[in-house]
Design a protein. Structure first.
Length: 414
């Protein structure tokens, strides 16, 4: 079973402050940066696919997790300092990255996952060459990293004197230049339609989860989405099912975008959603209508249908099948066993929506539980924690995951 300490270690990304040597109009934390980076990577990668290029999405998904783990381990070393160590003291840089791996050796029991982590560290440190098939993926993720850093700089710029920002802006603009051949990057930097879409998604960065109660650390809706995506990735490995590439991709990005409607509807807390029997379906219908009216026009047609597929019935196991009488593509809900036996192939666009739901509940549980154990508690947090435990009795297993047991381990080992 996943080591609960690893999940809590990933959660530390909500506590790492960014740009803390500048005046900041709001909290800028590492988890939010990682989330926006992955949204940008999705957009940039999709534009590369539109031009006929192959993207190693599996590498990008794992790299996003590994990069966050490295940032958590090295949070006290600023990126420019790390770069200087890499360029001027390459041997020490390799040793530093070996030290990072050692911090996680006891937390990652999955040997294949740790091997992937080791390869990623070696590739990004320069001691191991990128596989040919992953070179474009690495450029896409690096471009997304630079763009998300630029967006943060633009957010803090209005409240800082220009003298504080001149060198940072110059260095960042220089860093972006090598990636301007990527079509998606061009559109984002020149503020075309994909930029407007990112701006809408950025609103999730300003929306606080559990907004009705004091809590530490605060978590944004956007950061929560990336945390859920990371947990989903770990849960899918836990099942030992050899997933087809599209299923892994769909699971991760369904998790990343599962709260996308809240960019235009705001977060409606669960007790309110469940105030009446019919209200959840009413809210979902309204969310879908608003998303189609306000968000879909900002998406390129190449990926708009995919994003809508991610956010429609996002917590159900589902596939896309063809109706041979009408030749229409239909979305069907299936159980996990059927999903594995009949639909674990790219052509069916499979999604383990119930696994995404479990990851969402794990995230909510940790958000409540960690604050309670820090001594910041409330009726909302206590009832939220207990309601999640009540929803998953100790013996509960869903989609091949012993979710009841895992939640109780999380409660014990925080």
């Amino acid at each position: 079973m996943i080591d609960s300490r690893l999940i809590y270690k990933i959660f530390e990304g909500f506590s790492i402050q960014r740009w803390n040597d500048l005046i900041r109009p709001f909290d800028l934390v590492e988890m939010d940066k990682a989330a926006e980076k992955m949204v940008a990577a999705y957009i940039i990668g999709k534009y590369e696919e539109m031009q006929g290029h192959q993207i190693d999405w599996e590498w990008i998904m794992y790299a996003s997790l590994f990069d966050l783990l490295r940032k958590i381990a090295l949070c006290d070393i600023k990126s420019p300092v790390q770069r200087m160590i890499r360029e001027q003291y390459p041997h020490e840089y390799i040793r530093l990255n070996e030290w990072v791996l050692e911090q996680y050796r006891e937390l990652i029991h999955d040997d294949d996952l740790f091997t992937r982590f080791t390869l990623y560290i070696g590739q990004t440190a320069g001691s191991i060459r990128f596989p040919k098939k992953s070179e474009l993926a690495a450029r896409v993720l690096r471009a997304a990293h630079k763009f998300s850093s630029l967006r943060e700089l633009e957010m803090v710029a209005p409240v800082n004197e220009e003298e504080r920002l001149t060198k940072i802006r110059k260095d960042l603009n220089e860093d972006i230049q090598p990636y301007l051949d990527l079509r998606g990057m061009q559109l984002l930097v020149t503020r075309q339609r994909p930029f407007d879409f990112i701006m809408m998604i950025e609103q999730l960065r300003f929306q606080t989860r559990w907004n009705q109660t004091p809590r530490v650390p605060h978590t944004s809706v956007l950061g929560h989405c990336f945390f859920v995506a990371c947990v989903t990735l770990l849960l899918m490995r836990e099942t030992k099912v050899p997933l087809c590439p599209k299923r892994l991709f769909n699971d991760f990005f369904s998790a990343l975008f599962h709260d996308l409607p809240e960019a235009v509807t705001r977060d409606i807390i669960s007790p309110v959603k469940q105030a009446t029997d019919e209200l959840p379906s009413v809210v979902k219908h309204i969310e879908d209508e608003i998303v189609r009216a306000e968000l879909v026009p900002l998406m390129d047609s190449y990926y708009a249908d995919e994003l809508m597929y991610f956010t429609s019935d996002e917590f159900k196991n589902r596939v896309v099948v063809r109706d041979y009488d009408t030749d229409e593509q239909l979305i069907e809900t299936v159980d996990w066993g059927t999903l594995n036996r009949q639909y674990n192939a790219d052509e069916f666009l499979p999604v383990d929506g119930r696994t995404v739901r479990m990851a969402d509940h794990i995230a909510a549980f940790i958000e409540a539980d960690s604050s309670i154990k820090y001594g910041i508690t409330s009726t909302h947090l206590r009832s939220g924690r207990e309601n999640i435990l009540r929803a998953y009795p100790a013996e509960t297993e869903i989609n091949g995951i012993e979710i009841g047991k895992l939640l109780r381990l999380l409660g014990e080992n925080s």
